[in-house]
Design a binder for this molecule. Structure first.
Ligand code: ACO
Length: 333
């Protein structure tokens, strides 16, 4: 992906410190070596140092320049426990419980980001999306002005005339099972920012539905229509339209028939799905049938960047997600 080279270059210009919570896992070790050798970010890996060194030796991975942190022996454990307790005591967490929870590498790495010992976190090669997101949602919380954490996929579709010559963003395909009107609007607004800041796009956002401009009546259609209005109120500069069916969003001829006069219909390069089942199925359909490259899920809306990996990821995928996370960290004030 051409964009990924630009993201690597951007990451190198203002190097950030990214923590990999699954530091004992082989692909993470291989990725750490590549990230450091390619000067993309400073890397911290979390895990038992003896286990890490043993595995690295077996894999012939050079971890020179990679920082290792073991929660059980870290001098930061007490500070992280105290902070976690303060953050979660209203939810019934005791200090004793906090001390136990932050020894979990995912929570430990999240606390590193929270307290500024790392600029961003990447994990998920051996954990589910929910396992990774929950500590982030509880501790890092949302960025100012955003109420919802969501995600995007960068889709690069070969030999495709839709979007920006086959490049599109899809959202939300990984986080919010059933967003309400406000959440759907917030997802659209966040995705527009990601499109501009991370991908250098001029976002044209289609709010997808099974209806185009009133062709069908249903409460699910109303939700998309209302969310479109709300997103426009939240950011009047957005190029956004909805509700649109997928063909009206992408295909000029269909757009001319179903949504004439729309600046988005027929030109959309950002697709917002109405709920997670549609989004998750949608990106996988394009990935498999069109042999598209799908990079993500990239999280958006966190106060500091946290990103998920697919459990089927390669070490190269981890390098790319770390580069994306580093670039996201550059825009955190
Ligand atoms: N944005 C902001 N805050 C949120 C969000 C969100 N999207 N979702 C939950 N929260 C907050 C809650 O308000 C809560 O805050 P609090 O504890 O301070 O009050 C905290 O996060 C935890 O909320 P829970 O309700 O305990 O968390 P939940 O069990 O709902 O889990 C999660 C949230 C993990 C995001 C869940 O919605 C989920 O599992 N989503 C689907 C993930 C998934 O499986 N995706 C598909 C696979 S990914 C792929 O195929 C690439």
């Amino acid at each position: 992906m051409k964009l990924m080279k630009q993201i690597w270059d951007k990451a190198r210009k203002d190097k950030k410190k990214i923590v990999l919570a699954e530091g004992e896992e082989e692909r993470n070790l291989k990725a750490s070596e590549k990230i450091v050798k390619n000067n993309i970010a400073d890397v911290i890996i979390v895990g038992n140092k003896d286990v890490i060194k043993e595995k690295a030796k077996k894999l012939n991975v050079d971890l020179t320049g990679v920082e290792m942190v073991d929660p059980d022996t870290s001098e930061k454990l007490e500070a992280y426990s105290n902070e976690f307790y303060e953050l979660r005591k209203k939810k019934g967490v005791t200090l004793e419980k906090a001390n136990k929870i932050v020894r979990d590498p995912l929570y430990f790495a999240t606390m590193m980001v929270k307290l500024g010992d790392a600029d961003g976190l990447v994990s998920g090669s051996i954990h589910t999306t929910g396992d990774l997101l929950r500590p982030g949602l509880q501790v890092i919380k949302t960025a100012p002005g955003t109420s919802v954490v969501s995600s995007i996929f960068m889709m690069e579709v070969p030999n495709c005339e839709y979007g920006d010559e086959g490049f599109l963003l899809f959202s939300d395909c990984a986080v919010n099972p059933n967003p309400n009107t406000e959440q759907l609007a917030a997802i659209a607004v966040s995705t527009a920012e990601t499109a501009k800041n991370l991908c250098g796009m001029d976002p044209k956002i289609a709010m997808l539905s099974f209806s185009t401009k009133g062709s069908a009546q249903h409460e699910n259609v109303d939700k998309v229509r209302e969310a479109t209005k709300l997103a426009k109120q939240m950011n009047p500069d957005l190029k956004i339209d909805g509700e649109l069916q997928l063909d009206a969003a992408l295909v000029k001829e269909v757009a001319n028939l179903k949504a004439p006069g729309s600046e988005v219909a027929g030109n959309a390069n950002v697709l917002i799905f109405p709920e997670l089942q549609a989004g998750n199925i949608g990106y996988k359909l394009v990935q498999r049938f069109a042999k598209a490259e799908a990079i993500g899920p990239i999280c958006q809306g966190f106060a500091k960047p946290i990103n998920d990996l697919s459990r089927g990821c390669s070490s190269d995928d981890i390098v790319n997600v770390v580069a994306v996370t580093a670039v996201q960290a550059q825009s955190i004030k």
